[in-house]
Write a protein that binds this ligand. Structure first.
Ligand code: PLP
Length: 390
């Protein structure tokens, strides 16, 4: 792999040398005091990330516990749902992309599900959610930042609906938490889920959950799969332990990554992510391309993942040459997932990206378009991005 390889996929994102070094340290037992200290450091900083992701870092939660689970975000999503519904329980799942659909599919294993579905990339119509949630609804699931389409969903508005019906509100903040504003109590979130390898910029393999006091009351670990019994995880977490053998190197890497976030400060980090996403988006628009997702009053373009419609002349199988041309330049970006393959491309600005790397990503995409015969104004794009980036 080239020395200057640039990973712009929406996760896993690049990790720092310090994170890599932490993972390579001498092994310790997951029952040792050393491990407890690692988990405690990670929990402290995760508490900060989960509850102070605002532009003034004011606290957004009155209480709650940060947990780390072996297994990626899908494990965290499943744990959140499986602990809060019975087989005769009712879940309303909001779906407008691949990860909303994943939440729905997970919930279908544990309860009866009413999906509120929109085409991938279309905004959520809050009135449709309102019509679906009733006093019989036990859980409402939603994805905050829909990675598959680059759309920021109306978590606050849907949270009001969940709250009005006393439903547990389970939010996937996988590509927003650590990179964008996230408010626990204001948005009525009961359980928030994120992944290590996205905006937290840690290695893949573990997920992090924030479980509020209200959610704790709704949790019944006996009905969840044994490995995902959140009652048990919460009990053990009080002494910075986990029920099972933890992925020690991954916990270590995560602890360092979240300490880096604390050092940067969430306010500065959110501003940086917003600026870089704006630079990507406006640069691609200046190239003559269009954003993929549609917005309504309650939705916004993502501040961490930019999804752009491919020019018509290279859609479908013809897009392969474009992605190859990007890769030949030592940059990795993503295409669309499932039926969006060949329709869009996606770049991430999660983690520690520098302005120079954003510029390189834009230049590379522009050069790749030119190579496959798309008339893209790369110079206009670069000028636009430089104007946005400080
Ligand atoms: C929004 C969102 N939710 C959930 C997931 C699932 O994560 P994993 O495949 O790591 O379990 C992803 C992964 O990209 C995601 O972007």
């Amino acid at each position: 792999m080239r020395e200057d390889f640039l990973l712009l996929n929406p996760g896993p994102v690049p990790v720092t040398r310090e994170v890599r070094e932490a993972m390579g340290e001498r092994m310790v037992s997951h029952r040792s005091a050393e491990f407890e200290a690692v988990y405690e450091r990670a929990q402290d900083q995760l508490d900060y990330v989960f509850t102070r992701s605002t532009l003034d870092e004011s606290s957004t939660a009155t209480g709650g516990t940060s947990l780390i689970l072996n297994g990626t975000a899908s494990m965290g999503m499943e744990a959140a749902v499986a602990n809060t519904v019975d087989a005769d329980g009712e879940v309303v799942a909001v779906v407008n992309g691949k990860f909303g659909r994943r939440f729905k599919r997970i919930a279908e294993r544990y309860a009866s599900v009413t999906p509120v579905e929109f085409d991938w990339g279309d905004p959520v119509d809050v009135d449709a959610v309102e019509a679906a949630v009733t006093d019989d609804t036990d859980v409402v699931t939603i994805v905050h930042n829909e990675t598959s389409t680059g759309l920021l969903n109306p978590v606050p508005e849907v949270g009001e609906i969940a709250d009005a019906h006393d439903a547990t509100y389970v939010v996937d903040g996988v590509t927003s938490i650590g990179g964008d504003v996230f408010k626990v109590d204001d948005w009525n979130v009961d359980i928030a889920v994120t992944d290590s390898q996205k905006a937290l910029a840690a290695p893949p393999g573990v997920s992090a959950l924030f479980v509020t006091g209200d959610a704790e009351a709704a949790i019944d670990g006996d009905r969840a799969p044994f490995y995902e019994d959140l009652d048990w995880h919460l009990r053990k977490a009080e002494s910075h332990q986990t029920p099972f053998t933890s992925a020690v190197p991954l916990f270590r890497g995560l602890a360092v990554a979240v300490e880096d976030i604390r050092e940067e400060g969430m306010a500065a980090r959110i501003e940086r992510h917003r600026e870089q996403a704006t630079a990507f988006r406006e640069a691609f628009h200046a190239m003559g391309l269009d954003s993929f997702p549609d917005r309504n009053e309650e939705s916004e373009y993502s501040n961490t993942v930019t999804a752009i419609a491919l020019p018509e002349s290279i859609r479908g199988d013809d897009s392969t040459a474009f992605f190859d041309a990007v890769e030949d330049r030592g940059v990795s970006i993503s295409g669309g997932q499932a039926h969006l393959g060949g329709e869009i491309f996606r770049v991430s600005n999660m983690g520690h990206l520098s302005s120079e790397q954003v510029i390189r990503g834009i230049r590379t995409v522009g050069e790749a378009f030119e190579e496959v015969g798309v008339d893209a104004d790369t110079e206009a794009a670069l000028e636009t991005a430089r104007d946005v980036l400080r």
